[in-house]
Design a protein. Structure first.
Length: 575
């Protein structure tokens, strides 16, 4: 079956006359035959209507020509390809060949990333939306038998996918020894006719996903597929097959940004024609013409107002879009584990006062530095289940932590390599900390570390000094105290970073171990978030009750250790 029918001739003629390239003609006519979009040979457009081949059968490589000029077959198509397309500004002309695909492939290869699949994100100039609405209006002025509906499939293909300036377009997938790529839109999402105001060109390409097996084939959208086919081959493809199912997402993204300086002013008239909403007005008034701002503005402006300020069809241009930038980005990876801290002179995070470092290192840095070197990341975010003071040790099974690795270049690490990273790199680098159960986890799994933040419990051991000499029997009542409710006003030492409030905390149990008349060890199991130091010395009466009141003498804390953080995460890693 031929991609273009006889009934498409009026539309094709008008599109070519307006200055559209062959590929834009095909996509506006909703041609779904993949071969039609492959690199052109001469002036021929694959699979179009035109002369018949041998035996009277329709030729699958027929020339695209205007019926008014039968004496010069193919000249219209040749002319269309020699000038810059008014719809895509040359993106589908210039960037669908091996040379341009080579540039993208080279940019990806230049970065030492590990990946099994990739998503190609294409950022197109915002003015494409204006130009395509203008083109639509030119088609509607003189229908000449066209049954054009404003929501023809091309309109959907150029509708925004989500808030933001970038849209997901293609997915490249590795299978076996090859790279394969396809772009599908389910048929149910590409209606042949649906009432609406806009035609092609709402701004920004829309990508769909293949239907699951057994639910029908998807409609293939070929407009920008040529460059991706070439890029896939340059990245190691050994097959021309495009029949693989799509992944719903990929951890690795290649962003391709196009710009067209010559038409940057195409959107300026929207500043004086449209008053949509505060965010759009701010964007337009500051000459920040984001895709979504332009789409919202075009949705509000009337056809007459647009025609008054902008030519229809859009004016031809002399230069094509420029491939401005190619950026690679890997989705964050997450490393989790537990750490012990054995030093009383080591903060959890870098301690800076007035821009000056007060301690030479921190738990965060000792753990993260070897991990960053292994995964070759651009940065990291460290989080943990609570935190201890600089002079507090963390013993027992340790405190759960997670490290978010930003844009990691390495993404595959075996269990043996992770074990080596834990023992031979992190634990061997310092005697101040020790890490256990180091493992890769998902982003969703890290939320378990923060779940039930106030319901979980922690156990402590504190060395307490008493002003009055005490005997063993003076401490015996402490063992009988259960579920003691504390009212803790925000401690003075953290008032600069925490809001002033009175918080209720629960001490589930306590125990006392006599050392000498002025010292004893106090064991506590408390609700998470309890300020242990303030419970011992009272914080000038800001915590009630406190040990001073319970013992009837002034008390102070000399040492504090975290014995356990009762969070069943991350899972234990067997040796």
């Amino acid at each position: 079956m031929l991609p273009l029918k006889e009934k498409d001739k009026p539309l094709v003629r008008k599109l070519l006359a307006a200055g559209c390239c062959a590929r834009c003609v095909l996509r506006f006519c909703c041609v779904s035959v993949q071969a039609a979009y492959r690199p052109l040979r001469g002036t021929r457009l694959p699979g179009c209507f035109g002369p018949r081949g041998p035996g009277g059968a329709p030729s699958k490589r027929a020339k695209l020509q205007l019926p008014e000029d039968p004496g010069a077959p193919g000249e219209a198509a040749a002319g269309a390809e020699s000038r810059v397309c008014v719809a895509c500004l040359g993106v589908l002309q210039e960037f669908c060949d091996v040379a341009q695909a080579t540039k993208i492939a080279a940019a990806v290869r230049a970065e030492p990333y590990e990946f099994d699949s990739l998503v190609l994100s294409v950022s197109l100039p915002a003015q494409l939306g204006v130009r395509e609405v203008s083109l639509r209006l030119s088609l509607l002025r003189e229908p000449e038998g066209l049954t054009w509906v404003s929501s023809a499939p091309a309109a959907l293909l150029l509708a925004p996918r989500e808030e933001g300036s970038e849209v997901k377009v293609f997915l490249m997938q590795k299978a076996g020894n090859g790279w394969f790529l396809t772009w599908l839109v389910p048929q149910g999402q590409v209606p042949h006719a649906q009432q609406g105001r806009r035609g092609p060109g709402e701004g920004g390409l829309q990508v769909g996903h293949a239907r699951p097996a057994g639910q029908g084939a998807g409609r293939r959208c070929r407009g920008y597929q040529g460059i991706h086919r070439e890029a896939s081959q340059l990245l190691g493809s050994h097959s021309a097959s495009f029949s693989l199912s799509l992944l719903s997402q990929s951890l690795f993204e290649v962003g391709v940004e196009f710009s067209h300086p010559q038409t940057d002013a195409d959107c300026h008239f929207l500043c004086v024609c449209v008053c949509v909403c505060v965010c759009v007005c701010v964007c337009l008034s500051q000459s920040v013409f984001t895709r979504m701002a332009v789409v919202k503005a075009l949705d509000k402006i009337s056809d007459l107002a647009l025609l008054k300020h902008y030519p229809s069809p859009p004016a031809p241009v002399s230069s094509r879009c420029v491939l401005q930038d190619v950026q690679c980005l890997h989705t964050s990876l997450f490393i989790a584990g537990r750490y012990n801290k054995f030093s009383r002179n080591l903060p959890q995070t870098p301690w800076l006062i007035g821009g000056e470092r007060r301690m030479e290192s921190s738990v965060e840095e000792l753990i993260a530095a070897p991990i960053l070197a292994t995964f070759r990341t651009d940065g990291f975010n460290f989080s943990s289940s609570g935190r201890e003071d600089v002079d507090v040790r963390t013993l027992g099974t340790g405190r759960p932590f997670a490290v978010e690795l930003l844009n990691p270049h390495r993404s595959r690490v075996s269990r043996a390599e992770m074990r080596q990273l834990q023992e031979q790199t992190i634990n061997a680098s310092s005697d101040k900390i020790r890490v256990r159960d180091l493992q890769m986890v998902t982003r969703e799994a890290t939320s378990r570390m923060k779940e039930g933040e106030e319901e979980k419990t922690k156990s402590y051991t504190a060395l307490v000094w008493t002003h009055k000499a005490l005997q063993r029997e003076d401490l015996s009542f402490i063992d009988d105290i259960k579920d003691l409710t504390l009212n803790q006003k925000t401690p003075l030492r953290v008032l600069h970073r925490r809001a002033l409030a009175v918080r209720q905390r629960l001490v589930h149990s306590m125990s006392a171990r006599f050392v000498d008349p002025h010292h004893f060890y106090l064991g506590l199991k408390t609700q998470a978030g309890t300020y242990i130091k303030e419970f011992v010395h009272g914080d000038f009466g800001r915590t009630k009750p406190n040990m001073c009141e319970l013992l009837g003498t002034h008390t102070d804390i000399l040492e504090l250790d975290v014995e356990s953080v009762d969070v069943d995460w991350p899972p234990t890693v067997s040796d």
